[in-house]
Design a protein around this ligand. Structure first.
Ligand SMILES: Nc1ncnc2c1ncn2[C@@H]1O[C@H](COP(=O)(O)OP(=O)(O)OP(=O)(O)O)[C@@H](O)[C@H]1O
Ligand SMILES: [Mg+2]
Length: 264
């Protein structure tokens, strides 16, 4: 098994509840994400949040990113501060971009928020655009892009900002097989670019998201109780399924995917 230790808490969701009028959407959500420390690797964290359509993933996603207040409960970051809007890089299900700005200008504004990129904003944007097959799109406006192009532009926009946390809602939908590989590899690259980088991926694509994660959180409803909660947490490191290439063919991986499906 790959040796690593889990150190301090980077994010802690405590007793999160969300209701609309008298309809309970989320109930007693508790989990924490710890800093994984691995010998000789700048190992970030990758957590998959999996659940059926309509269960409350996007609602939890908005709460985790500080964009929505829960009815009760808190999300705290490693400095014990409650999360607030802007703390995290967020890639929405509908790929939000500024419609009145060219892709390049939107990306430039994002890059300017990141001190590390000072003086090399233009070359970094051009490099990402080349990696993501978006070079010709830089001068276009968002409405001139396809759905997949908007999604890639939106991912680059958040990568440029350089936040420790990157939250992605359905990042693998609408991608062709070639782009799926590129996006997957890029996320893996991001996850090892800094020890504190933490990716939270909400996805219907269980196989792709589990293959790049170290932890799986399953959001679902429990017998007889209203609202969704974390039904199961799977530590893929313990199962020796994290950080491996070609994991999808392994028996233990296939069994884990089946276990997740059974839990949904
Ligand atoms: N503003 C709102 N008022 C009332 N109910 C809402 C509101 N926003 C979302 N909901 C309800 O919250 C529940 C969870 O929605 P959410 O968008 O989080 O689902 P999801 O798990 O992300 O689904 P999908 O996989 O289809 O994206 C749904 O039943 C939805 O109808
Ligand atoms: Mg959703």
């Amino acid at each position: 098994m790959t040796t690593c230790i889990k150190k301090e808490i980077l994010l802690k969701a405590e007793n999160i509840n969300l209701s609309y009028d008298d309809k309970i959407i989320l109930r007693d959500i508790n989990f924490c994400i710890k800093d994984i420390v691995r010998m000789d690797v700048k190992q970030g964290q990758v957590v998959s949040l999996i659940g059926r359509s309509g269960i409350g993933k996007t609602q939890l996603f908005k709460i985790l990113s500080g964009l929505q207040k829960p009815t009760s409960g808190t999300v705290k970051l490693h400095n014990n501060q409650t999360v607030k809007a802007g703390d995290m890089g967020v890639i929405f299900q509908n790929y939000y971009l500024f419609e009145w700005r060219t892709v390049y200008y939107s990306l430039l504004l994002a890059a300017k928020q990141n001190d590390v990129l000072k003086g090399k904003e233009k070359e970094t944007i051009e490099q990402y655009a080349a990696d993501f097959n978006l070079k010709d799109e830089l001068k276009k406006y968002p409405q001139q892009l396809s759905g997949g192009q908007r999604q890639r532009a939106s991912i680059i926009q958040q990568l440029l900002k350089g936040s420790d946390f990157l939250l992605l809602d359905e990042p693998f939908s609408g991608l062709d097989v070639c782009m799926l590989d590129k996006v997957t590899n890029l996320l893996l690259q991001v996850s090892t670019s800094d020890e504190l980088k933490t990716l939270i991926i909400v996805s219907h694509d269980i196989i792709t998201s589990v293959a790049i994660s170290d932890t799986v959180l399953i959001l679902g409803s429990e017998n007889g109780k209203p609202g969704a909660t974390i039904k199961k947490e799977i530590d893929l490191i313990e199962r020796d399924l994290a950080w491996k290439k070609d994991i999808k063919q392994e028996k233990a991986f296939i069994e884990t995917v089946e276990e997740i499906k059974d839990c949904l």
